[in-house]
Design a protein around this ligand. Structure first.
Ligand SMILES: Cc1cc2nc3c(=O)[nH]c(=O)nc-3n(C[C@H](O)[C@H](O)[C@H](O)COP(=O)(O)OP(=O)(O)OC[C@H]3O[C@@H](n4cnc5c(N)ncnc54)[C@H](O)[C@@H]3O)c2cc1C
Length: 448
């Protein structure tokens, strides 16, 4: 049988060993990988298309999943993910995990239906992989992957109540909104304060365990690589390298495409410094537990709460309260000093108590923090920044550089569609696969 038609650029790339050498002690044995056969191509077969994904957060793993899933049948593809902190070591791993397609004013976000559908598809794949691996948390509620308890949004000002009521008129069927009065809201959450006799209920909104979800999505990528590697002509490789990437140049000779998914650190690559319209914003989340001798636990079906602060309940005795907004912070440390935790609590607790006074009975356990990469506000909202970066960085090699950045405060909602659109564009080497609303930041930036 003749080898299939090769789709990669005609000039051969230097062997990947050069890159691995330049990464110092990085050896393939020290990484996690999945494939049905080793890398070198059998004689006569084209080498695989090589993709590097920088970052193993929501963005990076979504891109990796979609590259593996959407690469054409009978293709040979290798996806290498690089992350200095491993899976979920950035903002994704510390995030609050709240997922719904609405603004804080209950307005359906631009393309909210598509974003919602794509994130549900990814969640399903991750849940399936988690189930196969037998990591369902032994039925322990606080070890779940997804808490399907909905979210309740009680407004605290007349103005907010009017806007919420108006916006709630149009909603997605797949994530509906219900208008509740105090009695109905308090039946769902005993002890809830409903100052204006109104609360918007999103029964299908979710609370995700972000670390567990990312680990499951990583497993799903590994499984996909194994399942679709059925013959030498149909080979999918997937590897994770726990390595810091200093610059893009070190990768360009070894890959057909490099997709940058570095969250709040994308601009720290020398080739991208001062070239991305992103602002960093650190957020602190405080975790609380109900003392074990407390008789009244939080209801297993009671929703999480979204107000001036949010309360994401993970089980009958566990809640995360967030989040602060420290603009322009360059503190990427996920750990939180006592001083920073105290300041965060002074800000968050009064806001949480305004709608859920019972929080005073919960004990503070610890705080965690992450950096959001905030994109500019556009007529369609604050959208992720996608697209090919070769014109931005002036790169003239056979390697194409792509960005999935600026997921802001909605990484869970945005990562599915952002990863899917980008993977399609990367595979077809065609930026036009991405709607211009996600790529126009480049034109705006250039015109400034
Ligand atoms: C406090 C807080 C609460 C949040 N709550 C929610 C929420 O409830 N719901 C929601 O949808 N979103 C929430 N978000 C937003 C969400 O976390 C982000 O939108 C999302 O995590 C961005 O994902 P990412 O993959 O782009 O970035 P990240 O998750 O930050 O991933 C980037 C990865 O790149 C790695 N990396 C960086 N530089 C390098 C380098 N040079 N070499 C190698 N690796 C590198 C990092 O280790 C990291 O793992 C929250 C954010 C914060 C900070």
């Amino acid at each position: 049988m003749p080898p299939p038609h090769s789709t990669h650029p005609s000039s051969p790339l230097p062997p990947r060993s050069r890159l691995l050498q330049s990464l110092g002690s990085c050896s393939r044995g020290a990484v996690t990988s999945a494939a049905s056969s080793p890398s070198p191509s059998p004689p006569g077969w084209p080498r695989p298309l090589r993709y590097a994904v920088l970052g193993a957060g929501f963005a990076g793993l979504s891109v990796a999943w979609h590259l593996l899933k959407q690469s054409p049948k009978y293709s040979r593809v290798s996806v290498d993910v690089y992350d200095e902190n491993g899976v979920g070591g950035g903002a994704s791993g510390v995030s609050g995990g709240l997922l719904h397609p609405y603004s804080p004013k209950a307005k359906l976000l631009w393309r909210g239906g598509e974003f919602w559908k794509e994130s549900m598809d990814l969640l399903r794949s991750a849940e399936k992989a988690n189930g196969i691996a037998g990591s369902d948390g032994d039925g322990r509620d606080d070890e779940a992957l997804i808490w399907r308890r909905g979210i309740l949004r009680p407004p605290t000002t007349e103005k907010a109540a009017d806007i919420l009521l108006e916006n709630a008129q149009s909603c997605l069927q797949s994530c509906s909104l219900q208008v509740l009065d105090s009695d109905a809201a308090q039946r769902l959450i005993p002890g809830l304060r409903v100052p204006l006799n109104l609360a918007i209920y999103m029964p299908l909104a979710l609370n995700i365990n972000p670390k567990k979800y990312l680990q499951a999505l990583f497993l799903a990528c590994q499984n996909m690589a194994k399942e679709t590697s059925v013959s030498p002509s149909e080979l999918k490789e997937f590897s994770l390298y726990n390595k810091h990437i200093d610059n893009l140049q070190q990768l360009s000779g070894d890959y057909d495409a490099v997709i940058i998914c570095l969250g709040g650190k994308a601009s720290s690559l020398p080739e991208l410094t001062n070239k991305l319209p992103l602002r960093t914003c650190r957020g602190v989340i405080a975790e609380f537990k109900l003392p074990s001798d407390t008789a009244e636990k939080y209801g297993s079906q009671s929703p999480s709460i979204l107000s001036d602060a949010w309360l994401a309940f993970q089980g009958p005795c566990t809640v995360s309260v967030g989040s602060t907004w420290q603009w322009k912070s360059d503190n990427h440390d996920p750990s939180v000093s006592d001083e920073e935790a105290r300041t965060a609590m002074e800000e968050l607790l009064p806001k949480a108590s305004a709608v859920y006074p019972g929080i005073s009975k919960w004990d503070y356990v610890r705080a965690r923090a992450g950096i959001r990469a905030m994109p500019p506000l556009t007529a369609n909202g604050s959208l992720p920044l996608l697209g090919c970066l070769n014109d931005v960085i002036g790169e003239r090699s056979n390697c194409a550089f792509w960005l999935v950045g600026g997921l802001g405060a909605r990484g869970l909602l945005y990562h599915g569609l952002a990863g899917k659109l980008t993977a399609k564009a990367v595979i077809s080497s065609d930026e036009n696969m991405i709607p211009s609303e996600f790529t126009c930041w480049k034109a705006i930036k250039a015109s400034r």
